[in-house]
Design a protein around this ligand. Structure first.
Ligand code: FE2
Ligand code: FE2
Ligand code: FE2
Length: 474
């Protein structure tokens, strides 16, 4: 028998796979969909698990990592939903739980007793199991017949590998052998949950065993109170008003880049606040969570731009810059989720006029600090996207653009920022840390401090009224 040949020996099958691979039995549509729904379920739950830890996790690097990984999960959930929808299967059943043991697995992860345990469970159990399942899907399926699913799996694996590298780094730095030993019975339960579900993908024979919940025996409760690590020693400090300085013409652009890096780093409070909206707003279409989580990740990126800006200037921000959490704390504990969204929308609206994001970018350009100009350029672009997210979800829910803005103003006005009470209660002295920061930067720039700039001492106590729509983060 003559073997089948392509014309002029050209690559056949569009380069997707060999003729032999295209002839293998692969997975039926039914079993393919059943597996996809399980990856979808796990990623949806992992999105929730990452999101719900962002606010209360003190360690800044983990907050940032969880923000990114929540975003990745939300994106792959969207891709999987779309693919399942293409597989002639209405009703799609995407909100159903594929297997009770898989649900227990995710509930246990969500209720992990410590951050270290969470990292062990999420990265070493859940994401490794997902990687193995996606690789098996690619190996099992017919690459020609099921090519669209294969693509979804392949793209997910790219970001999964990045997540796993991050997780491995966190494990190496944070998890001691004693912690691992302590969590051993729990980790064994996680393994059993997967076995009882027939593996994550359900392709194995389910193990018969009665499983008892450990961490998830009590219902999980979202913690809306933001926490920070020891590099944020004065989290109530509102002693340096960045906006008043930034918009004062008498100050030159170079020191203004410091204020902008501070404003960027302070945006860490936006993921802390947005995570609480996402956690406490159930029942929305997936695109809501996807858009909100993309914005959340952008805000985390803006914070890291500030971090990089200081690192680039050789400035130890943990010593010279007092990054507060007063905004996320106040909103998360005083307002309902929709009211928080209203405030966010109201503040981000205020960033769009000439005095907002464009101005910050122009200051960056004028400052001769290329990093500041670059970061402001993207910060501006991102904020335009966020205004769109606000219109698509918050304004639509309010039904009317003017009503939406007025409600945001009203909600923001009723938030109590107790400048004087915090001082009286000994929570902060609102120390003016600006001269320290500016002096450190001047050392780096090899310049003598400008006495006017050095003497800047406007706080958020009295000036807030005039600049009330500038005081927020975003
Ligand atoms: Fe920003
Ligand atoms: Fe934003
Ligand atoms: Fe922002």
């Amino acid at each position: 028998m003559n073997p089948y040949r392509s014309y002029k020996n050209l690559p056949s099958l569009a380069g997707v796979c060999s003729m032999a691979d295209a002839m293998k039995p692969g997975l039926s549509v039914e079993s393919c969909v059943a597996r996809l729904k399980r990856y979808h379920y796990l990623l949806k739950r992992l999105h929730q698990i990452f999101n719900d830890r962002i606010t209360s996790e003190p360690i800044y690097e983990l907050k940032m990592g969880f923000s990114l990984h929540a975003h990745y999960c939300a994106e792959h959930v969207a891709a999987l939903r779309k693919r399942v929808g293409e597989m002639r299967e209405p009703p799609l059943g995407l909100e159903e739980t594929p297997h009770p043991s898989l649900e227990m697995f995710c509930d246990e992860l969500r209720a992990a007793a410590t951050t270290e345990e969470l990292i062990l469970g999420v990265y070493e159990k859940a994401l490794l199991a997902l990687k193995a399942a996606l690789e098996r899907h690619i190996a099992d399926t017919n690459p020609l017949a099921d090519h669209p699913s294969l693509r979804v799996c392949r793209f997910a694996l790219l970001e999964l590998d990045e997540m796993l590298r991050f997780g491995a780094g966190c494990l190496a730095s944070l998890v001691t052998p004693e912690m691992r030993a302590h969590s051993q019975p729990w980790l064994a339960l996680l393994d059993d949950c997967l076995r009882a579900a027939g593996g994550l993908d359900g392709a194995d024979t389910p193990m018969e065993k009665i499983l008892t919940r450990q961490r998830s025996a009590q219902p999980y409760r979202f913690d809306p109170v933001p926490r920070r690590d020891e590099r944020f020693p004065d989290p109530y400090n509102m002693g340096v008003n960045a906006e008043v300085f930034l918009y004062d013409d008498k100050f030159p652009p170079a020191p203004k880049t410091l204020m902008m890096f501070y404003k960027r780093l302070r945006e860490i409070d936006v993921p802390e606040m947005m995570a609480s909206i996402i956690a406490e707003t159930p029942g929305k279409p997936w695109d809501y969570y996807r858009d909100m989580t993309r914005q959340l990740w952008d805000e985390a990126r803006h914070a890291m731009m500030g971090e990089v800006g200081f690192a680039n200037l050789g400035i130890d921000w943990s010593r010279h810059v007092m990054v507060n959490f007063t905004w996320s704390l106040a909103l998360n504990t005083q307002l309902k989720p929709l009211e928080r969204h209203a405030v966010l929308y109201f503040i981000e609206q205020g960033l769009m006029p000439r005095t907002g994001k464009r101005f910050e970018w122009e200051v960056g350009l004028a400052s001769q600090n290329p990093l500041s100009a670059l970061f402001q350029d993207y910060d501006w672009a991102d904020e335009v996207l966020h205004a769109r997210v606000g219109r698509d979800w918050y304004v639509k829910e309010m039904g009317d653009a003017k009503k939406a803005v007025d409600y945001g103003d009203e909600c923001w006005s009723k938030v109590l920022m107790n400048w004087e009470t915090w001082r009286r209660d000994g929570k902060t002295e609102h120390r003016n840390w600006w001269p320290d920061l500016y002096t450190a930067a001047c050392r780096n720039w090899n310049t003598t401090p400008d006495p006017d700039v050095l003497a800047y001492q406007t706080t958020y106590e009295t000036v807030r009224a005039d600049l009330k729509n500038l005081v927020g983060s975003a």
